[in-house]
Design a protein around this ligand. Structure first.
Ligand code: GLU
Length: 485
């Protein structure tokens, strides 16, 4: 069987968006699942959209996410060059365009802007496009020669008949047939000599031996034109896999400006690479058993592209946060601590046992920036309301809490060892002596030392971090608050 070869073919136009990363990931997984090759090709034929630094972002992202290519601009596999502007210099696109012209499948067009502007337009997918009227198809060979000799600017267009239909096959959508009259004679070579994406992708995918083409379904409508090119050349059409749209929570196309749509933005928001990749894998694909947590290696093992769905995938930040939390929980503590430290340091300047606090928050945060809110109270007791002492399940209220705090204060004053175990024993002895339920005492104590309803640890663990002096100050403050309640 033929070796599977896929390619990620980004245009260097800026950040790496979730949709780009998903294409790269799926191409990678399809190749690796089948023991094939994954290639990187830079599609920079649209010089106007080129953004400085975008190629570096692509390399950085691929490396960080582990989507390691077997071939690419920096790794020659015998199919180079791997950058379209460099391929152009070899004359490859012009050579193949000329072959189509010779076969009558393409033609030179010398129409100027004014003439093109006067053509009738049609609205296709909300965009107004003009349908070229084949005016230059009527030029004789001599006329074309004369125009070229006179250095008249030209483009080369695909010649699509007005009659008949074109059918192509997509692995997910099945056979799609369109009327040829709906297909525009698209430009293959532009007036600046560069090929269009539409032409270059066909020439490159064929000459680079690509077997599977995976891309967003915005390319679905152009695919009949690509298939016509393959047929005109007598080339084998690759397997097409068009991926479902990714939408936001409101079922609108995921917009670049919505902040969380690029890989770099997600990293900045405190998501970890492995969770992002895992989540993106599920944007349009699911395994048979609905399992959700996959390492990249496990994705390679399990990724059967026939299970890619056609329905739009919703980019759900809540779900991604949950998944990120799962990754943080499973993380080796030292790795976690290394990543959490900057957040802890900025939330808690001064003398805190950050390692202990890190251990408290590890199982509770979803993204690293959650740390600040969760640990702030160690630095400063927040203003809080006496009503917080009332807890139905613990059977506490302001009066019971006042009594408990008054009684534990001398115990905590006398206590020398402020380690968690010792403090716990001291309070448990009081609980037992009074015949109370644990929570009846621990709830008010924890409320007093934290001023918060939710804390990453219990009362005595918090006191261990705060130390004796600060713990007692907070208990006394609680008593004061309750007295005035
Ligand atoms: N350069 C195209 C893009 O970035 C590639 C599409 C494809 O994979 O064919 O959208």
């Amino acid at each position: 069987m033929e070796k599977i070869r896929t390619r990620y073919a980004p245009s260097p136009t800026g950040k790496m968006h979730v949709g780009n990363l998903r294409s790269a990931l799926y191409e990678f997984l399809i190749a690796k699942h089948a023991g094939g090759d994954f290639m990187l090709r830079i599609e920079d034929t649209d010089q106007e959209r080129f953004v400085d630094g975008a190629i570096e972002i692509i390399y950085r992202t691929m490396e960080k996410t582990g989507l390691i290519h077997d071939e690419g601009p920096d790794k020659d596999g015998g199919y180079g060059p791997y950058v379209q502007s460099e391929r152009m210099k070899t004359g490859i696109y012009m050579k193949y365009a000329q072959e189509l012209v010779d076969k009558g499948e393409a033609y030179y067009c010398f129409c100027d802007r004014e003439r093109l502007a006067s053509l009738k337009t049609e609205v296709v997918e909300g965009k107004e496009i003009s349908i070229y009227d084949k005016h230059c198809l009527g030029l004789s060979g001599e006329e074309v020669e004369a125009n070229l000799a006179a250095d008249m600017p030209f483009v080369i267009r695909q010649n699509i008949p007005n009659e008949g239909t074109t059918t192509f096959h997509d692995e997910l959508y099945g056979d799609i047939t369109v009327e040829n009259s709906e297909l525009d004679d698209m430009i293959l070579i532009k007036s600046d000599g560069f090929p269009t994406y539409n032409f270059a992708n066909v020439v490159d995918d064929h000459t680079m031996n690509i077997t599977h083409v995976v891309r967003g379904n915005e390319y679905l409508s152009s695919s009949p034109k690509y298939v016509r090119l393959y047929d005109a050349f007598g080339w084998q059409v690759p397997v097409y896999i068009h991926l479902p749209l990714i939408t936001d929570e409101n079922h609108k196309k995921l917009a670049k400006r919505s902040g969380h749509a690029s890989f770099e933005d997600l990293l900045e928001q405190g998501f970890v690479t492995e969770a992002i990749i895992n989540y993106i894998a599920l944007l349009g694909w699911s395994p048979e058993d609905n399992r959700e947590i996959f390492s990249l290696r496990e994705l390679i093992e399990n990724f059967d592209y026939h299970r890619i769905s056609k329905s739009p995938a919703v980019f759900d930040i809540v779900k991604l946060r949950w998944m990120n939390g799962e990754y943080i929980k499973a993380m080796d503590f030292d790795v976690f601590y290394g990543m959490a430290q900057p957040y802890l340091q900025s939330a808690l300047p001064g003398n805190f046992d950050l390692k202990k606090i890190a251990a408290m928050v590890k199982t509770r945060i979803e993204v690293f920036p959650d740390i600040a809110d969760m640990v702030d109270f160690f630095r400063e007791l927040p203003e809080y309301d006496a009503a917080m002492y009332t807890h139905k399940k613990m059977k506490t209220d302001t009066a019971s809490s006042l009594e408990v705090l008054r009684e534990v204060l001398p115990i905590l004053e006398a206590q020398e060892d402020y380690g968690n175990d010792a403090l716990y024993q001291a309070l448990s002895a009081y609980v037992e002596q009074k015949g109370y339920k644990n929570g009846y005492v621990m709830w008010p104590v924890r409320t007093a030392v934290s001023g918060k309803q939710m804390t990453p640890a219990g009362a005595t663990e918090i006191m261990e971090i705060l130390g004796k002096e600060e713990s007692l100050r907070r208990i006394r403050k609680g008593i004061e608050l309750l007295q005035n309640a």
